[in-house]
Design a protein around this ligand. Sequence first.
Ligand code: MLT
Length: 401
Amino acid sequence: MITLNNNFHLLPESYLFSIVRQRLDAYRQNHPEDEIIRMDIGDVTRPIAPAAVAAMHAAVDELARTESFHGYGPEQGYLFLREAIADYDYRRLGIAITPDEIFISDGAKSDLGNLGELFSHRARVAVPDPGYPVYADDNIIDGRNRTDAPIIHLPLTPENHFVPPTPDRTPDLIYLCYPNNPTGASISRHDLSRWVDYARRVGAVIIYDSAYEAYIRDASLPHSIYEIEGAEEVAIEVRSFSKTGGFTGIRCGYTVVPHALKGCYADGTVAELHRLWMRRQSTKFNGASYISQRGAAALYTPEGRRQVEESIDYYMENARLLREGMAAAGYEAFGGENAPYVWVRTPDGMTSWEFFDHLLERYQLSSTPGAGFGTNGEGFVRLTAFNTRSNTLAALRRLRD
Ligand code: MLT
């Protein structure tokens, strides 16, 4: 029989959100009459921004006519979208990221899972704990959780305001996510500078997941890691249209790999990571669909931007209601001010899965158990603000009554 990639053997049995879904399915089978309010996975509930819908309709029509039909697109993504991103997401903030440094993808999750291919199997990795499970899982699959160099878990706790200290053991690759999933915390310019300086000092690369950047409310917070001086030499930034344009089902995101970011091969030859990522993408990816890229570009028009802001306002009002409602119901709640997630401490020393069961059985509310995001997530659950207003209010009513 063929020998398999043994690293899969080392992974948790299932992906966190699949376990949650299985638990909910089992509950539904036993209680078909109950109506569960979903507050687990961060999936949007509002329809796709109308400007994107119109652009995608037009794109389909273009593809339906011989004169305007086109097939494979550029692996890196269409220039019209990369220019819009460079303009609005970077140049507007005074950041000199060029369209050539932007790679369009089918979403942040794929990129976060694939970027590990750029680095040696011997690279030492640091992931936030709690953290989006993809960071650790991808590195386990790639064989980077070795007994002689286990993955470094950076603790995100209420005591450190969910911004970890730099670790004692030096990593080569560091994952950071702000606004943070799952804790809903944010990072100050000062703390982000501390991490960029650290990476520069130790020669590490930061993979900066800023999928929730658009949810930042506090004007003092950095929107991009490239606002920090020197970050273009040490950081890759990953973003998504899922939580802005409602693209969780459409699939489109992007990754910035600046030309200034360099590493070296085993023989000492220096290379731009940009070149490697381009090579990787052109070998393994045929580009995000033309339709989704036209949709994403429409989010940068004045109309699209207004619609995105409206959606974000809507979800952030849910976040406020959740944060304040949970506190009023006697729970200790964090986050939700610059991020669409609220992180709730479990009461009475319950484990996060016990509290998950309690919320489900007693109130028919689903949550994401913090332990699924890492050891430091134990004792917490995550609630998502991606919901309808009426469900958010109904959930809080159930908890109060
Ligand atoms: C989450 O719930 O953490 C996210 O929705 C998952 C994702 O974006 O893949």
